[in-house]
Design a protein around this ligand. Structure first.
Ligand code: GCW
Length: 791
């Protein structure tokens, strides 16, 4: 104890407290008194609402949050080596709505923290202040019920407590109810201040939801368990990154939530205060990187004025543990007129990239690195010079390596010249390159081999490149799942892919996609692991275009931390924080979320069908489209329906894409009897009278699936209607309106699809199946030239 006292004694809490308190008072206003009970909510607060707890929970939480003790909070230096930024008055969120919203106003007024520890303390004060109605004070010394934030550096006594902090790595944390100096405290311990920040968010999550237990796996205990905490958590993947497909003119490719959050035009002088809330939200999940611009990149992003803009964003995000990355266009030096070629083996090209990397690191000392889309959908790349993807990636990697930067090289490729099954191309191109990438390259692979469809089997590359670290790329924005209009909780979809055992039936140990990602690959002395999510964040007040789409950002972030977390548990956590901790409400909202993606699959692309969406914008049904330049842009290429049957034959008799899977899985997918029905028509072309497990013929089953999708969409809105007493009026109404629209669009999808497939199969609709509302030509005539998100 003496050692502990000594460790605490030199901390100049009294000196910094007034200054720091003043800073915090900017962030934390009077406790908001609303929720279902009164004031308007517009979704800006995300899952960080910290609304007052009910009386019983409040008593219990108050007992473990009497004060905050954080040795070193004032003294800590910013985590990057750049100077602590001063943040200019940015463009605040629309004023009219903010005024009515204490917590949103508090956020709008929030100055950024200068260090992760300050961010952690500020968040604890804001969070407990909201939950309890009274902000816990910062205290100089340990007292009963205090939350103590400490690292071995800030409190050397920790080292003697047998906490095994070394198992937590640089970002993990420990939450433990324990005694310090004879006082009962909640200890948040970590090896770094960023770890403390993550721990602070975890503690607030538990306090707000009462869900205390195995992190991300569902919790038991209720708030009482907060006084018997003993949890440790460390991220299973190193790089947990958002990919913004944000253009420099502030449009967002596949964005359905307004403009880009990055107000490029006003940067670097004007740093929108919203960037701080963006950082808080991401840090609350453990997201530690963000790629600011679209993979369909422009050379300009790597010019000095744009690097300065990126640096301003980096300065704001740094104290929240988030690094900035940029998407680089492969032909940048050529297009800027600095070189005569972009050939990666040309020394002048390599020298240009090296100088460019040096320039970036002068401005952004902790710059993360480059994300690259090359030789894909018309983007330039090394193959333009008859070089390989590895040649291109390694040239960039060498430029970044001296600064510890990395390259995330995308495997989403399908080339013009290749007439073969598009689903096979990434594997065919990348598998032979296994083991040839530099140590600081990760290959970023989409979850499935086609393109972010409502359902795809896991990409065959997972497990097929043991000598190359593969990074998962999920899409959070719902390009193919009804934009921000439809409720489709993607946690279940992510979990389905992450849980796929790529070695099913192949003998030996299992290897789920999550395990493969977590293991990474040993490469030249380093072992990198990572995951990326294409962001659904924009300038709209509710960030994601709809309240429920926030859940997909949330689930992605939490799964990035722990890819083996459970989607249902995450849905519960999110619902409790975002809407209401009331158990009945949480249960109902969770059930809605859990059924929602399957509803979308059923009314859009049942039984393994895929890519049937409208041309370009991907909104609505268009299974009839057959006239596009490339065969593999046409829906008819994917469903192959004719009088005889429907589906894409990817067995040995067809494209043989099944052979790209390990033998056990390949065998399973090669036989329609062992292929999960959910993926049947992905792998098989089958006659309309093929007998399904239900005993129904394929044609009848297809119709039944469309009908069940519509019924589920209807059920979603009915369930939501019942939640009215639990949800604040405005958000309840916002969601209700969207669910009605979703239902109408589900009917449209069902009717148009049935009208089309009937025109091909020539089969009658069985008794009881409703005829489509309109003739096929009507559905074909619908055009959407102004659909959002085309970048
Ligand atoms: O999903 C498709 C999208 C494109 C996107 C591309 C990609 C950024 O339709 O908009 O381009 O994939 O992932 O590169």
């Amino acid at each position: 104890m003496r050692r502990l006292l000594k460790a605490l004694a030199p901390v100049p809490v009294r000196v910094f407290a007034p200054v720091f308190a003043a800073l915090l008072s900017l962030c934390v206003l009077a406790a908001p008194a609303h929720g279902a009970s009164g004031a308007v909510e517009d979704g800006y607060d995300l899952w960080l609402r910290y609304r007052p707890l009910d009386k019983a929970a409040r008593e219990q939480v108050r007992a473990v949050a009497t004060a905050i003790v954080a040795p070193g909070a004032a003294a800590a230096a910013p985590s990057g080596s750049a100077p602590a930024p001063s943040v200019a008055a940015g463009s605040p969120p629309p004023a009219g709505r903010v005024a009515a919203l204490p917590s949103a106003a508090a956020m709008a007024a929030g100055a950024p923290a200068a260090t992760p520890l300050q961010a952690a303390v500020a968040e604890l004060q804001r969070g407990f202040g909201g939950l309890l109605g009274k902000e816990p004070p910062l205290a100089a010394s340990v007292q009963d019920g205090a939350v103590v934030l400490a690292t071995p550096a800030s409190m050397p006594a920790l080292s003697g407590m047998g906490l095994k902090l070394e198992t937590l790595g640089q970002e993990g944390y420990l939450l433990r109810s324990t005694r310090l100096q004879g006082r009962k405290v909640t200890l948040v311990a970590a090896n770094s201040d960023t770890g403390l920040l993550y721990g602070a968010f975890a503690l607030l999550r538990k306090a707000g939801t009462g869900m205390v237990g195995t992190d991300g796996k569902g919790g038991k205990g209720g708030p009482a368990a907060l006084s018997a905490l003993d949890e440790r958590s460390a991220p299973k993947l190193q790089l947990r990154v958002l990919n913004h497909w944000d253009n420099l003119d502030r449009t967002v490719e596949r964005g359905y939530a307004g403009e880009s959050i990055w107000n490029w035009w006003a940067l670097p002088e004007v740093r929108d205060r919203r960037y701080v809330d963006y950082a808080r939200a991401n840090a609350s999940l453990g997201i530690n990187g963000t790629v600011l611009n679209n993979v369909n990149s422009k050379p300009d992003i790597l010019t000095a004025p744009w690097i300065a803009k990126a640096a301003a964003v980096a300065d704001t995000l740094r104290p929240y543990g988030i690094r900035v990355y940029l998407s680089a266009r492969f032909s940048t030096p050529l297009e800027l007129g600095a070189t005569k070629t972009a050939d990666p083996l040309d020394p002048a090209v390599a020298a240009w990239w090296k100088a460019k990397a040096d320039e970036i690191y002068k401005t952004i000392p902790d710059f993360g690195g480059f994300l690259v889309k090359a030789n894909s959908e018309g983007q330039p790349g090394p193959q333009d010079y008859h070089r390989s993807h590895a040649d291109g990636a390694n040239m960039l990697a060498k430029a970044l390596a001296p600064h510890k930067g990395i390259v995330m090289w995308r495997a989403f490729v399908y080339a013009h010249e290749k007439p073969d099954d598009r689903a096979k191309q990434a594997y065919d191109e990348f598998k032979p390159l296994d083991g040839t990438f530099d140590a600081n390259v990760l290959v970023q692979v989409k979850n499935g081999a086609i393109d972010f469809q409502p359902r795809e089997p896991a990409h065959p590359l997972f497990g097929a490149m043991p000598k190359t670290p593969l990074m998962m790329e999920f899409q959070i924005t719902k390009e193919y799942l009804g934009y921000a209009t439809h409720l489709a909780y993607l946690g279940t979809m992510y979990q389905e892919t992450l849980g796929t055992d790529m070695r099913t039936g192949s003998g030996g140990a299992s290897a789920t996609v999550a395990q493969i990602l977590e293991a990474g690959a040993q490469q030249g002395g380093s072992r990198l692991t990572g995951i990326a999510g294409v962001a659904n964040i924009g300038s709209e007040r509710n960030w994601s275009g709809s309240h429920f789409d926030q859940a997909n950002w949330y689930a992605f972030g939490r799964l990035a931390w722990n890819p083996q977390a459970d989607a249902r548990a995450l849905a519960r956590e999110w619902a409790a924080q975002t809407f209401s901790p009331e158990p009945a409400a949480v249960a109902q909202i969770t059930d809605m979320m859990m059924m929602s993606r399957e509803a979308v699959v059923n009314y859009m692309t049942p039984l393994g069908l895929h890519h049937l969406m409208g041309t370009g914008h991907h909104h609505g049904p268009a299974p009839w489209v057959a006239n596009l330049e490339r065969p593999d842009w046409n829906p008819v290429y994917y469903h192959r329906a004719d009088k005889g049957g429907i589906g894409f034959d990817r067995t040995a008799g067809g494209s043989n894409a099944v052979a790209q899977y390990a033998p056990g899985l390949a065998r399973q997918y090669a036989d329609p009897r062992t292929t999960p029905e959910t993926m049947l028509l992905w792998f098989h072309h089958l006659p309309w009278d093929y007998k399904m497990a239900s005993g129904r013929k394929l044609w009848d089953e297809l119709l039944a699936r469309y009908d069940s999708g519509v019924a589920q969409a209807d059920e979603l809105r009915q369930r939501w209607a019942k939640l009215k007493p639990f949800i604040d009026a405005r958000r309840h109404e916002d969601v209700a309106v969207l669910l009605d629209k979703q239902y109408a669009e589900a009917v449209w999808w069902r009717d148009a699809s049935i009208a089309y497939f009937q025109s091909v199969s020539g089969l009658p609709l069985p008794a009881g199946v409703k005829a489509p509302g309109m003739p096929l030509d009507y559905y074909k005539s619908l055009k959407f030239p102004y659909a959002p998100g085309r970048g």
